[in-house]
Design a protein around this ligand. Sequence first.
Ligand code: NAD
Ligand code: ZN
Ligand code: ZN
Length: 391
Amino acid sequence: MKALVWHGKQDIRYETMPDPEIEDGRDAIIKVTSCAICGSDLHLFHNLMPGMKPGDIVGHETMGEVVEVGKNNKALKPGDRIVVPFTIWCGECDQCRRGNYSVCERSNRNAKVAELVFGHATAGLFGYTHLTGGYSGGQAEYLRVPMADTTHIKVPDHFTDEQALFLSDILPTGWQAAVYCDIEPDDTVAIWGAGPVGQMAIRSAVLLGARQVIAIDFLPERLSMAAAAGAVTINPAEESVKDRLNELTHNKGPDKCIDAVGMESHSQILPEHLYDRTKQSLMMETDRPHTLREAMLMVRPGGVLSVPGVYGGVVDKLPFGAAMNKGVTIRTGQTHVNRWTDELIELIDEGVLDPSFVITHTEPLAKGPEMYPTFESRKDNCIKVVLKPGQ
Ligand code: NAD
Ligand code: ZN
Ligand code: ZN
């Protein structure tokens, strides 16, 4: 089969790879009909995540048709149309029983190594470093889905791929970020980052009844998309985020803040004790403000800081005293994708939410190697890329 394969920093290739095979009774193999590039893939593209190996197939936003199932998989059959959640979950461990699927205790087969390197492990993730299990990704013609009897989302027949695909990641990620804010009718919610995750968070905050939603980003086309959803916009290149947020909140600060940027800003991926050994500067020097710091300082006392943005290792110089003394609630994590599926399918079905608005580019899978730099550089006003295998 053909797939997008990681070979190093800014080196993604379209190559022939072996077809995946059933390895376990719970598995399923799907023929991919649509997949997308995520902001998290850019962390791999920039080689910020330790644990990638040349030859790894990337991609974790994928859907398609089931073509084969393992002998113990009673939940799926060939012909079923499914979206694949990016977090692999077993459904049986203590965390899965609590609905904490992104910290499933069994799906990351390399959890022990991850604990040695990071001091912690996540669930198994598709196409996302050997420290999250090293599972082949879904930017490919076929994908093996481990634990597929739980790790799937059945798609209503009348949904298009474009309506359903983002149930895999960015839609539940934006939704979870907003739900974690416990939005009340009088709330102002400020969202840093109007990328795909930020866009979903903005719409979610509006749907969950926030009185005022504020979107902060440097990119005018992303701010226009946010404004179309009813958000007030701030471009830090043009005005002071602090002054404008104070003006919009009568100097109280936003009740709820969402960091949908992550480590594009200032962070260090490895824990301090491994930092020297790598002899590699992983500090990203930037003249941009540190999103997390800015949000921590701006959030109103008693407010919530919700962080869907991905961080790894050490993030230093955070004004934690401000968060502590203001009594801020901080909520974060990889998304427990399947926790939100039913309510999101209902919203899409009722026509309240159509996540396909975010797509700016649809291309054959073969064009993937060109689309990574396009998405990275935000060229051609690129916000979200969908790739189609077999075209
Ligand atoms: P993206 O890179 O397309 O969007 C990031 C946006 O942040 C860009 O529009 C950029 O211009 C903006 N930005 C950068 N610095 C900023 C600053 N200082 N202030 C305001 N805006 C700034 O990525 P995305 O796909 O939208 O993903 C966003 C983040 O969410 C990434 O860190 C990604 O890894 C993470 N993510 C997390 C989960 C999860 O499970 N928690 C799932 C998916 C994605
Ligand atoms: Zn993602
Ligand atoms: Zn589990």
